[in-house]
Design a protein around this ligand. Structure first.
Ligand SMILES: [Cu+2]
Length: 121
């Protein structure tokens, strides 16, 4: 019988504390993302055939807009000085949270004839 904690006991307790912290942190994060998900309003722009569909998308401040590239080659969603997705590879997407109100014309830097407008109220 031992009265003093052994080295093994101490280590076990440290592990337990680390595990408890990890669980608490996980719950905190899950809660925060659930709250964020409730508030988020999403809009989708599909990029297909080198066109933005719809060409003009209306959103409110705080909304998230997702551009999905369905073409087999990359595109960008670029409003100089406002936002820039850089290359969105085939089959990938890019999301942007509209923070500022206004009309933001954007284009694809790889295909400058591809144009769209993000309208934020
Ligand atoms: Cu393009």
């Amino acid at each position: 019988m031992q009265l003093l904690p052994t080295r093994h006991d101490r280590r076990a307790r440290t592990h337990l504390r680390a595990a408890a912290l990890a669980i608490a942190w996980g719950l905190l994060c899950a809660g925060a993302s659930a709250m964020a998900a409730e508030k988020t309003v999403g809009h989708t722009v599909v990029i297909e055939g080198a066109r933005f569909e719809p060409e003009t998308i209306s959103a409110k401040r705080g909304d998230t807009i997702v551009w999905i590239n369905k073409d087999p080659y990359p595109h960008t969603v670029t409003a100089p000085g406002v936002f820039d997705s850089h290359s969105i590879i085939a089959g990938s997407s890019w999301r942007y949270v509209a923070r500022k109100a206004g009309d933001f014309p954007y284009s694809c830097t790889l295909h400058p004839n591809m144009k769209g407008v993000l309208r934020v109220e």
